[in-house]
Design a protein around this ligand. Structure first.
Ligand code: CMP
Length: 138
């Protein structure tokens, strides 16, 4: 089991000024930031990141949303990182997210759901490599 995961704070959350509060909650939950950047994706870049969802009906909407404003991308480290981070952020749809989770507190809808968290160790590596070179992490 790997001890790293990858996250993005999405354009809805950066736009509403939640970035600091979300990072606080992540750090207070025991995650160490190993790489981080504030960046705005082009539609092409967002489309490539979410290529795995290309056939889904919400793909176009997802790509448009993820390229609509700045995001924070980060690699996080903690024991059992992928599973623990998914617990911290809560269900994809904030309506189903547990009380106190990041999505419950800051997300508006299943599409605009404040944060991304990798769903496996393998995808955490792929997604981290999408945003960061070896020089940009430790
Ligand atoms: P994320 O964890 O970043 O990975 C895929 C994203 O697709 C997911 O978060 C949601 O933001 C989005 N998504 C999933 N289901 C839907 C849906 N039914 N409608 C719109 N967006 C969705």
């Amino acid at each position: 089991m790997s001890n790293r995961t990858f996250t993005m704070i999405k354009p809805d959350a950066t736009g509403k000024g939640y970035t600091g509060a979300i990072l606080d909650q992540i750090i207070n939950a025991g995650f160490a930031i190993k790489a981080m950047k504030w960046i705005k994706l082009s539609a092409e870049q967002a489309g490539k990141f979410y290529e795995i969802h290309k056939e889904r009906p919400f793909y176009g909407e997802l790509v448009e949303f993820m390229s609509s404003g700045p995001i924070v991308a980060a690699i996080l480290e903690k024991e059992n990182a992928v599973a623990d981070f998914r617990t911290l952020i809560g269900a994809t749809n904030p309506a189903n997210a547990a009380e106190g989770t990041i999505r419950k507190k800051y997300a508006a809808s299943v599409g605009e759901n404040a944060v991304h968290g990798s769903d496996s160790d393998e995808n955490a590596v792929i997604e981290g490599n999408f945003f960061f070179s070896g020089l940009e992490r430790f």
